[in-house]
Design a protein around this ligand. Structure first.
Ligand code: SF4
Ligand code: SF4
Length: 147
């Protein structure tokens, strides 16, 4: 979701009845017994978009590669995980007029967020993290982003 200057991740709430999984006509979606996460079999997905419409939060998303919720190879962590310049400019009005956001602090907090999520220093999930989430099938593809 784009909020002026900031990108927030959409997080699946793991609905009790998993409408996304139920609606998939080709059974490309399943639920991990271990974590409750929705697993996508990207080889089966036909990109019909039915799961997106079935989800109350429209969490599933399609990437240019056709992978649903999968890695977006046009995305570069070093470029696209940075806030736009205006995010760091002094606020023009209001009670915080003239205040700025500390770029170094943002960088530090982002690194901490990556670490705690099990991602590498560029914000790409590590192999062991993918294994824990039963997403090892995308590990090979993510190697392109880790370079
Ligand atoms: S987009 Fe893919 S995962 Fe979603 S319902 Fe269609 S085939 Fe299933
Ligand atoms: S993707 Fe949407 S519908 Fe599916 S479990 Fe998550 S929140 Fe529910």
């Amino acid at each position: 979701m784009l909020v002026p200057g900031l990108e927030f991740p959409h997080l699946c709430v793991q609905c009790q009845d998993y409408p996304c999984v139920k609606t998939c006509p080709v059974r490309a979606l399943s639920v991990s017994k271990k974590t409750g996460a929705v697993i996508v079999k990207t080889q089966k997905c036909t990109a019909c978009g039915k799961c997106i419409n079935a989800c109350p939060g429209r969490i599933p998303h399609m990437h240019p590669t056709g992978l649903l919720g999968g890695p977006d190879f046009k995305w570069s962590p070093k470029i696209h995980d940075e806030n736009p310049q205006r995010f760091y400019e002094p606020l023009p009005s209001g009670p915080y007029m003239g205040k700025t956001v500390d770029r170094a602090k943002v960088k530090e907090d982002r690194s901490r967020y990556y670490r705690e999520a099990g991602w590498d220093e560029n914000g790409v999930p590590k192999t062991e993290t993918l294994r824990e989430l039963e997403l090892e099938n995308i590990d090979e593809s993510l190697k392109k982003l880790r370079r």
